[in-house]
Design a protein around this ligand. Sequence first.
Ligand code: PMP
Length: 390
Amino acid sequence: MGHYDKFSRIASEREQFRTAGINPFGTCIDEVYSATEGRIGDQKIILAGTNNYLGLTFNAQAIADAQTALAKQGTGTTGSRMANGSYGPHLALEQEIAEFFGRPSAIVFSTGYTANLGVISTLADHNAVVLLDADSHASIYDACALGGAEIIRFRHNDAKDLERRMVRLGERAKDAIIIVEGIYSMLGDIAPLVEIVDIKKRLGGFLIVDEAHSFGVMGPTGRGLAEAAGVEQDVDIIVGTFSKSLASIGGFAVGANAMDVLRYASRPYIFTASPSPSSIASVRSALKTIATQPELRQKLWDNAARLYEGLEKLGYELSSHISPVVPVIIGAKEEGLRIWRELIASGVYVNLILPPAAPAGITLLRCSVNAAHTCEQIDAIIHAFAQLKK
Ligand code: PMP
């Protein structure tokens, strides 16, 4: 048996997609013109399926700062944070993130994925028990597997189910690690953090919140769900990424002073190269923009409401609340694929999410808005969906 044989079913399915036109699993965006527009083949498209929430990918200051860093510090660090890959700006960014959150310590990682891997696998070793939301991101599951902890899943966003499982743990609940996300990436729904913190106060536990999709998006100053919910002091570690609202690449963890020791034990921190100087420079610039331009967050939520209400009026099935991630729930996979292709043909790119990537085996057209979308662009997205109803 060949080593690739086990992939034959998925390979033939992908081949069918390829021959039928654009492949949803390897869509090439041939050109990107701005935070909101690009081109796929001959088709100019509105980008309505990204994580560029504040629309900062083409921010002039971030580009200028990245260009300066590129010229002054080179194209890459060629080494790990622990060896030759910690430059002044990496440390400066850690300081800036810590200050932004009002916390003692921050660690910069190479991606959001390795931030979760680096923090969770190190803390959640084979002696630990982890309670995690069933819809957790793959990086959280992979981190638990790498660390070797015992995993207990609780029902998505169900604080009562978490509490039941904590109670069952008895004495072990005190040291259990609880992991949730801020905004969940597929359905755009939000963790019941106030209730979870209440459980932690009564039963114990160490709380990690992955704010990948909520950092820069929620909270009066953009620090995320924990800030919005008023429970920052009760969250032990916040993990985040540079690849969404900060429009670059890399990841971070922020928490207590004691967290700093993870640097000396975390394999995903030690055994990979650090983010390149230009990435770090653009993140530092974007972080300043988040701090000084709260109006971007307002525009993001205004756009989210405009798209949600427009699609709701057309009768599409959406999630139960408004967020920058607006999932259009489609019945069958084939239908999802057809609609997705037609949207591209009418100039709108959204993410096609097929099972098992979407929770509960559903097919989603994951639309997401950003602060750079104009009202006209949001209306064009709604118009493209309206045409499909005809
Ligand atoms: N956590 C969550 C919740 C995510 O959605 C993602 C990315 N989709 C990550 C972590 C990983 O972040 P990155 O893509 O920056 O590695």
